[in-house]
Design a protein around this ligand. Sequence first.
Ligand SMILES: Cc1cc2nc3c(=O)[nH]c(=O)nc-3n(C[C@H](O)[C@H](O)[C@H](O)COP(=O)(O)O)c2cc1C
Length: 148
Amino acid sequence: MKIAVTFSTLSGNTALVANDLVDYLNNNGHKAELFDVINTNPDQLKEHELVFFGSSTYGDGDLNPITELFFSTADQQNHNCNNTHFAFFSLGDSSYPHFATSGKISSEKIEPMQGNILEPVLQIDGYPNQATYQKSRQWADSILTQLK
Ligand SMILES: Cc1cc2nc3c(=O)[nH]c(=O)nc-3n(C[C@H](O)[C@H](O)[C@H](O)COP(=O)(O)O)c2cc1C
């Protein structure tokens, strides 16, 4: 199965999680490719059966502006991703009233584009550490199990 791990980041935290995830997947018999959303056209993800889609949360529980731009490009292209499964990981900080909501918002953007949404959204609190990586690896395994 072709897997994409994407990240959209302002200060690097989402990239840390994505990098760890792609290494973990490739070291465990999968074929995963890393995409920085800032340089990615939505169509590039179409050839992947599964996308782990990572974004951080800014403003008042909003998508970060890079993810916003990605989805507005996808809208303009009438993007359809009905051959792709999506699982969302979402960075944030629980001191904010709307904690790590970017994953849920991203999922709501992908739904009308007919992407196949896998649950749950993974929410990550604060600066990533070893415990974060353990949690995101386990989450990725549980997502992959759903596709067996
Ligand atoms: C100005 C600002 C606004 C933020 N707003 C939120 C928010 O509404 N909800 C949340 O959960 N985290 C919020 N955060 C925290 C970031 O999502 C968090 O630091 C995340 O790890 C950043 O990831 P990134 O480096 O990949 O962009 C905010 C951070 C900043 C600097």
